[in-house]
Design a protein around this ligand. Structure first.
Ligand SMILES: Nc1ncnc2c1ncn2[C@@H]1O[C@H](COP(=O)(O)OP(=O)(O)O)[C@@H](O)[C@H]1O
Ligand SMILES: [Mg+2]
Length: 303
């Protein structure tokens, strides 16, 4: 595993405010991820999560700093980085196959139609959409549309898969199924993934590293939480793991209180050496169910 496959180096994003002022959304943001890692960003609305993702995608540029992916500084969009948005962003006049094939053709322009079709079909099958190849987006459920988005993203074998709250508009059952799919595919293919989520359990299930951002404006990356749960964790028995509640409560506590007070209270924070924590490790905690029920409100707290 390469230590710094993705390296975000001191980026800031500022916008001009009223009367010549400048609003700093975030600044001095340093963050790195290894190849094959799954990173999730959690933070309250408006702290700049989408902006960070857009900068990684090359859809936006930082006001300061650099982002390096696999040894190369990002300059604009690239087919090395695939984005899955909250809304499906499919071409409505194209079929499932047509949407995926369009991405494949963009990447490999000299491939003939048969090769493009076969390649697209592999990824349609991978996300469980075999049999729906010829449907148009209007004929698909929300979950199926997001599956097409995942197939389209994976079909170009990106170096990173970037996801901005991809499942937040889906019902809980569909969301769970798609989380399972994404997790299985990332583990099987060694896909590096960077995801924004509001859902604490989604982050615990999917991520190797969880990046905690304080509230904006002037947001900072406060902590990197390393997931202490075993790599082969399952969604069904996640909550039975002895470190689960320690991890969950740590993130919830951050969202409920520390995300608001962090900048004012932690004066020794060094953005280049953000602390890495592994909640529960060394002191396995099983918190009693009432605490867990309280904590379950975290999914809405982060909105
Ligand atoms: N074009 C823009 N001009 C001014 N402010 C912007 C612009 N785009 C985003 N912002 C501001 O940047 C902040 C961060 O936005 P965003 O990255 O979408 O946050 P998040 O995804 O964490 O909810 C918000 O306060 C938003 O209003
Ligand atoms: Mg956002």
């Amino acid at each position: 595993m390469t230590d710094k496959f993705i390296s975000i180096e001191g980026i800031a994003r500022r916008y001009p405010g009223a009367e010549g002022t400048t609003t700093t959304i975030f600044q001095n943001l340093w963050l790195s991820m290894g190849r094959g890692e799954f990173g999730c960003v959690i933070g309250h609305s408006g702290c700049g999560k989408t902006t960070v993702l857009n900068i990684l995608a090359g859809l936006d540029a930082p006001s300061e700093g650099t982002v390096i992916v696999d040894g190369q500084a990002i300059e604009g969009t690239s087919l090395d980085r695939a984005v899955i948005f909250q809304s499906h962003a499919l071409l409505p006049w194209r079929t499932v196959l047509g949407n995926v094939a369009y991405a494949v053709t963009s990447k490999w322009r000299n491939w003939d139609r048969a090769k493009v079709k076969a390649h697209a079909q592999t990824f349609i099958d991978l996300v469980g959409l075999s049999g729906s190849e010829h449907k148009r987006p209007s004929e698909l459920s929300g979950g199926m549309k997001q599956r097409v988005g995942i197939a389209r993203a994976l079909s170009i074998t990106p170096k990173i898969m970037l996801m901005d709250e991809p499942f937040s508009a889906l019902d809980a059952l569909t969301r769970g199924t798609l989380q399972d799919e994404v997790r299985r595919i990332c583990l099987e293919t060694g896909q590096t993934a960077f995801m924004i989520t509001h859902d604490v359990d989604e982050a615990i299930y999917l991520a190797d590293k969880i990046f905690l951002m304080t509230n904006g404006p002037g947001a900072v990356l406060a902590e990197i939480v390393e997931n202490p749960l075993p790599k082969d964790r399952g969604r069904i028995d996640l909550h039975r793991h002895p470190y689960y509640y320690a991890l969950r409560n740590h993130i919830v506590d951050f969202l409920v209180s520390r995300s608001k007070t962090f900048t004012a209270t932690v004066t020794s924070h060094d953005p280049r050496n953000v602390p890495t924590v592994r909640p529960g490790l060394g002191e396995p905690t099983i918190v009693s169910p009432p605490r867990a029920v309280e904590a379950s409100s975290a999914q809405t707290i982060a909105r």
